[in-house]
Design a protein around this ligand. Structure first.
Ligand SMILES: [Zn+2]
Length: 230
């Protein structure tokens, strides 16, 4: 299906506003990208309030992270997000991923800083839409090392947690990635409350298996799903 670049540009700006409204990003933090095809990727520029972005201010890079495409007054001063290595690492590892969102949701970061696991088993939608959550080894933001850690984790996980930093989520498109980000933050919030209440009473394994069967029926299953049964 041909990608409608203008539609992607408008969607990316809308998603940035939604992420800011939900508190997933603050200040100039967070970034979003989409696969345009032919070794081209649309993404948000660095150091800019993402909720104020206009479609014409988004920039295009190639697989080497170089800015390509026509230079306009709106993009001349714009530089690609500093987290390019994470985004490219995901696209190169997972050809099925068409959109990526990176944010610093408070519930998610709090859970990692407390050293607590993400347990999608606390929420039926978590099991269905997310499957197992990947946790990347810590690496300094913006570095190629972080890109490498994310790339090795995204092999079998759509949601990758970055300890003490945030999360990066891939989807069939940006909207799918945003939907998973919203569910992931809800899972993290529930985990936090459950931990504060004295800990989880785990759902019976057979019911977890039932949700994974449903996930398979919808074609969303991954090999790592079995981790939820441990
Ligand atoms: Zn970040």
């Amino acid at each position: 299906m041909p990608v409608n670049e203008q539609q992607l540009r408008e969607d990316m700006c809308e998603i940035a506003r939604m992420m800011a409204a939900k508190g997933f990003i603050c200040g100039p933090a967070g970034n979003i990208s989409a696969r345009l095809g032919d070794d081209r990727y649309l993404l948000t520029p660095t150091m800019f309030f993402k909720q104020k972005l206009k479609p014409e201010q988004l920039i295009i890079i190639n697989g080497q992270g170089e800015k390509v495409g026509p230079e306009t007054d709106a993009t001349r001063e714009m530089k690609p997000t500093s987290e390019v290595p994470m985004h490219l690492g995901i696209y190169k590892t997972r050809p099925d991923i068409g959109g990526v969102v990176h944010a610093h949701p408070v519930n998610c970061v709090a859970l990692t800083a407390a050293g607590k696991p993400f347990r999608p088993q606390v929420l039926t939608e978590g099991m269905l839409f997310l499957g197992a959550i990947g946790v990347a080894e810590y690496a300094t933001p913006t570095t190629q090392e972080l890109g490498d850690r994310v790339a090795e984790t995204v092999v079998d996980h759509d949601c990758v947690v970055l300890p003490y930093h945030g999360v990066i989520v891939g989807g069939s498109d940006m909207w799918d990635a945003l939907a998973k980000l919203e569910v992931l933050d809800q899972v993290a919030e529930i985990c936090g409350k459950v931990n504060a209440m004295g800990g989880e009473v785990p759902l019976d394994r057979k019911h977890v298996a039932g949700m994974l069967e449903l996930r398979k029926k919808y074609g969303m299953n991954r090999d790592s799903d079995c981790d939820l049964l441990e």
